[in-house]
Ligand binder design. Structure first.
Ligand code: UDP
Length: 385
């Protein structure tokens, strides 16, 4: 008899896993999605009034250095090359991010060359910090107080609702510092936006005769589901265990959207780094599709807050107390023999889309290998970090 698998969630993890399992094992797959649309937080939809493709849950820019992942996503939908260039407002002035030669020259009112800028930055870094243990130390040791305060302290405090010294250094390491005029926000070589949006890509991943999608279908672990050989869960791990040990910390974001005429800010993303400004950034969606033209524009002012009971979790905070809880949940999960936990929410990590995709492909392979050799099935794709 063919195996029957249940996948909870239709974001990148769930959709890639469904696709790979359907393609490589000939099993039946049901995907349960609690929202009324597929694609999780990557969901995109054309705004009815303006015709603009809107990233409903905030800006997503696909970028990767792995050619095989780039080819993979391009095989499901057309991508158009797009380079993300972020601007930052601080104290009434506009700068370019990530910190690059132009930012340094504007900020310090200088005309540095790459080598003089590098020398200068060395004089700013705090030399007493040998091994940065958190976000703040990482920033101070590398770029010094002034740049840290301008571009990172206020933004980070608003974004995470915590002092940057409580946050891991890895969050800052996402953003490069450059000593040339390259203002591409990402370091990865392949970067683009799906021409018809992310939901089209997910739709295409799920388009297989063995995959059935159920929208508005909530999974309640305690209720049990017996008809499946295995469950792949991509929701929050603490929710799976009914928050038995307490809630993991997540930040959620809310948007204040408005439609206006013309061009609001001339770019897709403007960050607001002053602590006193309540929002973190403004996204102007039509700039993600420069190949389209629209008379009107739609903007999202983004606010960050702690996740409460009915909020959608976005960013795992990973504070010390969260990591202790995570260990408990992972230990409990490891005792289950027919459930696997996959993706950003179920593994409680800040992951980019290309990593989520790569991990889901690899996980499908190790899962099918375990099934074919009757070995224990993998529970997580990663070791705890
Ligand atoms: N960050 C900041 N100032 C900025 C942009 C980012 O301090 O102008 C910090 C902030 O802590 C943020 C992290 O860098 O959470 C990662 O930024 P990224 O732009 O990668 O965040 P995402 O787009 O995933 O929200």
């Amino acid at each position: 008899m063919l195996s029957k698998y249940l996948i909870i969630g239709s974001g990148f993890s769930g959709a890639v896993l469904a696709h790979e399992l359907a393609k490589n094992s000939g099993c039946h797959i049901d995907v349960w999605e609690e929202r009324n649309h597929i694609a999780g937080n990557c969901h995109t939809e054309r705004d009815e009034e303006t015709g603009i493709m809107v990233h409903q849950y905030g800006p997503h820019i696909f970028n990767t250095n792995k050619k095989e992942i780039w080819d993979y996503v391009n095989s499901f939908t057309e991508f158009i090359p797009y380079v993300h260039r972020v601007k930052a407002m601080y104290s009434g002035k506009v700068y370019t991010l990530p910190v690059n030669l132009l930012t340094l020259n504007q900020f310090f009112n200088k005309t540095f060359t790459p080598s003089t800028a590098k020398e200068f930055l060395k004089t700013l870094g705090d030399k007493n910090i040998i091994e940065p243990k958190n976000f703040e130390e990482q920033a101070l040791s590398f770029i010094g107080k002034e740049l840290y305060k301008a571009f990172f302290y206020g933004y980070t405090k608003k974004q995470w609702g915590a002092e940057p010294k409580e946050l891991p250094a890895s969050v800052l390491k996402r953003i490069p510092v450059r000593f040339n005029y390259d203002d591409n926000y990402h370091n990865n070589f392949f970067t683009g936006i799906p021409k018809e949006g992310y939901s089209r890509l997910i739709e295409s991943l799920l388009d297989h005769p063995s995959i059935r999608i159920y929208l508005n279908k909530k999974f309640v672990p305690a209720a049990g589901v017996n008809e499946y050989d295995h469950i792949f869960y991509t929701g929050p791990i603490d929710a799976y265990f009914n928050y038995e040990f307490g809630r993991l910390g997540y930040r959620t974001v809310t948007f204040e959207s408005s439609v206006q005429d013309g061009d609001f800010q001339g770019t897709a993303q403007m960050n607001y780094c002053d602590e006193e400004i309540p929002y973190t950034r403004i996204t102007e969606h039509k700039h993600f599709t420069p190949w389209e033209s629209h008379e009107k524009t739609i903007i999202f002012k983004e606010f960050s807050k702690e996740t409460e009971v009915n909020d959608i979790p976005y960013y795992p905070k990973r504070l010390q107390k969260d990591k202790i809880l995570l260990t408990k949940y992972r230990q409990k999960a490891a005792l289950l023999s027919n459930v696997s936990f996959l993706g950003r929410l179920a593994t409680y990590r800040y992951m980019d889309m290309h990593n989520v995709i790569g991990e889901a492909i690899d996980f499908s392979k190790s899962f099918l290998k375990a099934v074919s050799s009757s070995s224990p099935r993998p529970v997580f794709p990663n070791k705890e970090d």
